[in-house]
Design a protein around this ligand. Structure first.
Ligand code: MN
Length: 288
């Protein structure tokens, strides 16, 4: 199933060209917290057999008329995989890969949803797109073996790991507000037999910049979960951005970014540079 948030936090199941409002059916009454109704569902009831949801009698609207939102507006954590494709390692002239670097964290406040805009922070520093397969954890994972890793996955989504090319730590350069577009929905794991064999394409301004298959990941999804869970416990609703292939490049005001992942979905966002300032004018600059 494809599960989404839409129309101010409603939980929807995409059924053909419609979206069915399953908020009450899946999460019961009450107001979900800031992590949203889908996160609440993943945390509480997703393991109880969601694959057989009875949609009869539930309200439905055409998908085209729904305002889709980030399916997980505030994940518990967002784990990133640096240098996890060999062709990206080559284009950046990195001498190390994920095997040396480990993983990094992005602020969960950086999430936006489909149709929203990435805000460029600096007028004179590159801000790049990184199109990535996103893994959503469904079951608490600590020190899991690669062979068991996929049992801990709730589903998959598209993630853009937006990045400023400057000298700060990754956690700073990748954590500006709006720097983690997610969506347009989460496809449950039962629909993706092998996450390490998905075509991925990312277009910016109508030009295809990135084209790969997740078979080319250095740490595949299973290995990435095993490694990450050896460092930090992964909780339901946590998101892992699995890394980006070659073809990262600078974003400009007015660009449209389209990330398309086979059997997962198509995420489209805009780019807004109106509030970008010169790097030297950023708060906190110190002459030492
Ligand atoms: Mn990345």
């Amino acid at each position: 199933m494809r599960l989404a948030l839409f129309n101010k936090g409603r939980l929807g199941l995409v059924d053909g060209d419609d979206i069915v409002d399953v908020t009450e059916r899946l999460t019961g009454p009450g107001t979900p917290g800031p992590a949203g109704a889908l996160h609440h569902y993943i945390e509480t009831t997703a393991r109880e057999g969601a694959a057989r949801i009875d949609l009869s009698g539930l309200p439905r609207i055409p998908l085209a008329e729904a305002a889709l939102e980030a399916p997980l507006p505030r994940p518990g954590k967002i784990v990133g995989a640096p240098v996890n494709y060999l062709d990206h390692k080559a284009e950046m002239e990195y001498t190390t890969s994920i095997a040396d670097l480990g993983v990094f964290l992005k602020a969960n406040s950086s999430v936006i949803g489909p149709g929203q805009d990435i805000l460029l922070p600096y007028s004179d520093k590159r801000t790049d797109q990184e199109g990535e397969l996103g893994v959503v954890i469904g079951r608490t994972a600590g020190h899991v073996d690669a062979a068991d890793a996929l049992d801990h996955v709730f589903g998959y989504t598209c993630v853009l790991d937006i990045t400023v090319r400057s000298g700060e730590d990754r956690s700073t350069r990748k954590s500006f507000d709006t720097f983690t577009p997610i969506g347009p929905w989460i496809v449950t794991a039962d629909e993706i037999a092998d996450p390490d064999s998905l075509d991925l394409r990312c277009d910016v301004g109508g030009d295809t910049r990135q084209r790969t298959n997740t078979a080319d990941l250095i740490f595949g999804v299973r290995e990435l979960i095993a490694y990450t869970s050896s460092v930090m416990t992964l909780h339901p609703g946590d998101v892992i951005a699995t890394g980006t292939p070659a073809g990262v490049g600078p974003l400009s005001h007015g660009d449209r970014i389209v990330l398309d992942i086979e059997r997962v979905g198509r995420l489209e966002v805009g780019v807004d540079g109106v509030r970008a300032v010169p790097y030297e004018q950023r708060p906190g600059r110190r002459a030492r």
